[in-house]
Design a protein around this ligand. Structure first.
Ligand SMILES: O=C(O)CCC(=O)C(=O)O
Ligand SMILES: [Fe+2]
Length: 369
């Protein structure tokens, strides 16, 4: 069947049933991919207006997100240069990669290998952790973790582990043994990197270095180990739908690629660089920075490579009861606040409500004169 016939033949009334069966099977997208299918089920097929954006742009110049070398961070002149570079990257791209961040390459490789080993386990082992409850914290494994935003299934599975606050933290015994040590290493290393970079981002705004930490950006933390398996029809689906993140994100990817960032209306590949970490800010930091920093849409392509894409993500957020607004010390009569005061509760409400576009919350709290 030609790809377009397959789209046309998709009866919408079937989708809920198909999805329910898939969920109940708890086989994950990886299980599906390994079952020998040569075409993907209808529930994964995205509409033509999305599929048409998956093709490579025809532009000759290959763009790349900024790459920042963190070595000599403690040399004062170098630190000032870094503040500048990071400010520039975060205000234009919202994304950058860092190298010489202090996390040994061998540790990064172990983290990727452990996440892959988790996803490579037999169905029965992973199925015990399968859960689709948005309010569930602790530890869970699921497919399509972006479903609440995407409404249509996407080609990936993930393991989610909450590490803070204490009441949401995954219980020791629930964290899969196969990646326990490595996820703990990912938490401590990604937190150190986040601490350094949030200081530099604070300084870039002209605020005191510890400002984000004091606002509570280490209070709610979660780790995700994504697996984007082989896809027989990568031009009909996506790995992860376009979205923006909420707080501060540190990401480690293997060498398969597929992550793309929207820049000047074009999807730009985040090229895998051995040893590099990818950093981005989300909507709350855009608000706090009063639009000096931008929260940028990103997505992951599905791929036909036999090797799965593996990524480890660490999300740093404020706690549910926290409030936020543009930092008063960066405002002036020339640069008044663009956003009103809001709370994480209000943010999460709109985050989990289905079908909203990624900039919905920013529009909602924007002050219109
Ligand atoms: O797996 C990736 O590269 C991207 C993950 C991501 O954007 C997310 O989990 O929010
Ligand atoms: Fe993301």
């Amino acid at each position: 069947m030609a790809a377009t016939d397959q789209i046309a033949a998709t009866p919408t009334y079937d989708l809920a049933k198909e999805f329910k069966e898939f969920e109940e099977s708890k086989m994950g997208v990886k299980g599906l991919a390994e079952s020998g299918i040569t075409s993907i089920p209808n529930m994964f097929i995205h509409p033509p207006e999305v599929l048409s954006t998956l093709k490579k742009p025809t532009s000759h110049t290959k763009k790349a997100i900024p790459l920042i070398d963190l070595s000599n961070l403690n040399v004062p002149t170098k630190r000032q240069q870094l503040v500048e570079q990071i400010r520039e990257a975060t205000s234009s791209w919202g994304f950058f990669q860092v190298i010489n961040h202090g996390v040994p390459l061998s540790v990064l490789n172990e983290i990727i290998d452990a996440i892959k080993a988790f996803h490579d386990q037999p169905h029965e082992v992973k199925a015990k952790l399968y859960n689709r409850d948005n309010d569930k914290q602790g530890v869970m494994y699921q497919s399509n973790y972006d479903l609440y935003r995407a409404k249509v299934a996407t080609w990936h599975d993930s393991l989610t582990i909450w590490t803070a606050p204490e009441e949401k933290r995954g219980k020791e015994e629930d964290i899969p043994e196969i990646c326990k040590k490595e996820m703990a290493a990912w938490e401590s290393h990604s937190s150190k990197v986040a601490e350094i970079l949030l200081e530099l981002l604070s300084e870039g705004l002209g605020a005191e270095a510890e400002r984000f930490k004091k606002l509570g950006f280490f209070d709610a933390r979660l780790l995700v180990g994504h697996c984007y398996p082989y896809c027989p029809q990568p031009d009909l689906t996506v790995g992860l739908k376009p979205h923006t993140d909420s707080g501060f994100t540190v990401l480690l990817q293997n060498q398969v690629g597929g992550l793309q960032v929207k820049h000047c209306d074009e999807w730009v590949d985040v090229e895998p660089i051995p040893g590099a970490l990818t950093i981005n800010i989300g909507d709350i930091i855009q608000i706090i920075s009063n639009d000096n920093y931008v929260s940028v849409e990103h997505r992951v392509l599905a791929k036909a490579s036999k090797e799965p894409r593996i990524s480890a993500v660490a999300f740093f957020n404020m706690n549910t009861n926290a409030g936020f607004e543009p930092l008063p010390e960066i405002l002036s009569s020339d640069k008044p606040a663009i956003y009103r005061k809001s709370t994480m509760t209000e943010f999460l409400e709109s985050f989990y409500s289905k079908g909203l576009d990624s900039k919905y919350f920013l529009k909602k709290v924007k002050i219109v004169n």
